[in-house]
Write a protein that binds this ligand. Structure first.
Ligand code: CP
Ligand code: NVA
Length: 303
């Protein structure tokens, strides 16, 4: 059975740990694994803009010995109404994996259902699991381990990053706190699934409207833009108490680290002093997209 990575809990805790160990190995020796030697090709499709995801998959696939076929999906026949299922059947005859950034989670599920090659979620409206793998690698580098640490996320609790921190963090055995306006919470189905995973891994899940409480003693503070792609023009006033600034950081553990998947909007969800300050690990986080995704692709191609 082909394995896909459509959401963070598509990897069990043991599998996630394996991928993160391989990511660390590939960071030490970038050319240690060549599963795409040939070169075999990977289709990387974008329905939305991207800098980090586009670059890290292109570079990573080349470093694995393969060829990245990068396409803006709008410029393909998908943009003119060819079905996802037909596209999946065409791609699987020629490529070894499909990576897709799109809107609805059901779209990437349909792609995965229609193809015999691994499909990787490069961001949907609901999840951003490749990003959270890189984030976990970054936390592990800074702290030595993941299980038992507290990760607190602030701002848009209903977006892809919040949902992926819930599932991915719980899978790693972390205590995940989501601080978001009461009227804009994470999807209850995702919270419930994360709590179920956490019960097995020794982690926990908390959703609160109290930013200060969420930050108290946390090992990692994380945030994301208040306006995700496709939400332009959204009213963000309810998020203002959740900005990650010096005052909020002062509530966290003294050696807390700060994550932001980027792109960042200084003065909105994060202050410039925090983003550019000594506790920020956002540039390591951006680099780790490369290593984590190479590890993920290697792992998927071997399973
Ligand atoms: N963090 C992230 O996914 O960045 P891009 O949108 O630039 O790919
Ligand atoms: N939540 C953001 C993440 C960008 C990488 C978005 O979906 O636009």
């Amino acid at each position: 059975m082909v394995r896909h990575f459509l959401r963070d809990d598509d990897l069990t805790p043991a599998e996630q740990a394996e991928v993160l160990d391989l990511a660390a190995e590939l960071k030490r020796d970038r050319f240690a694994r060549r599963p795409l030697e040939g070169p075999r090709s990977v289709a990387v499709l974008f329905d939305k803009p991207s800098t980090r995801t586009r670059v890290s998959f292109a570079v990573g696939i080349a470093e694995l010995g393969g060829h990245a076929l990068i396409m803006d999906a709008g410029a393909s026949q998908l943009g003119r109404g060819e079905t996802i299922a037909d596209t999946a059947r065409v791609l699987e005859r020629q490529v070894s994996a499909i990576v897709w950034r799109t809107s609805g989670q059901e779209r990437i599920e349909e792609m995965a259902d229609g193809t015999a090659v691994p499909v990787v979620n490069a961001l949907t409206d609901r999840f951003h699991p490749c990003q959270v793998l890189a984030d976990l690698q970054t936390i592990k580098e800074a702290k030595g381990a993941l299980a038992g640490l507290t990760l607190a996320y602030f701002g848009d609790g209903a977006n892809n990053m919040a949902h992926s921190y819930l599932l991915g963090g719980a899978t790693a055995g972390m205590h995940v706190r989501i601080a978001a306006p009461e009227q804009l919470p994470p999807d209850p189905a995702v919270v419930e699934r994360a709590a179920e995973i956490a019960a097995a891994t020794g982690g926990s899940v908390t959703v609160t409207a109290d930013a200060k409480r969420a930050a108290a003693g946390a090992d990692v503070l994380a945030t994301d833009t208040w306006v995700s792609m496709g939400q332009e023009g959204k009213d963000t006033s309810a998020y203002e108490p959740y900005a990650v600034d010096e005052a909020l950081l002062a509530q966290a553990a003294p050696d807390a680290r700060v994550l932001h998947c980027l792109p960042a909007y200084r003065g909105k969800e994060i202050s410039a002093a925090v983003l550019d300050g000594p506790q920020s690990v956002v540039w390591d986080e951006a680099e780790n997209r490369l290593h984590a995704q190479k590890a993920l692709l290697t792992w998927l191609l071997e399973h």
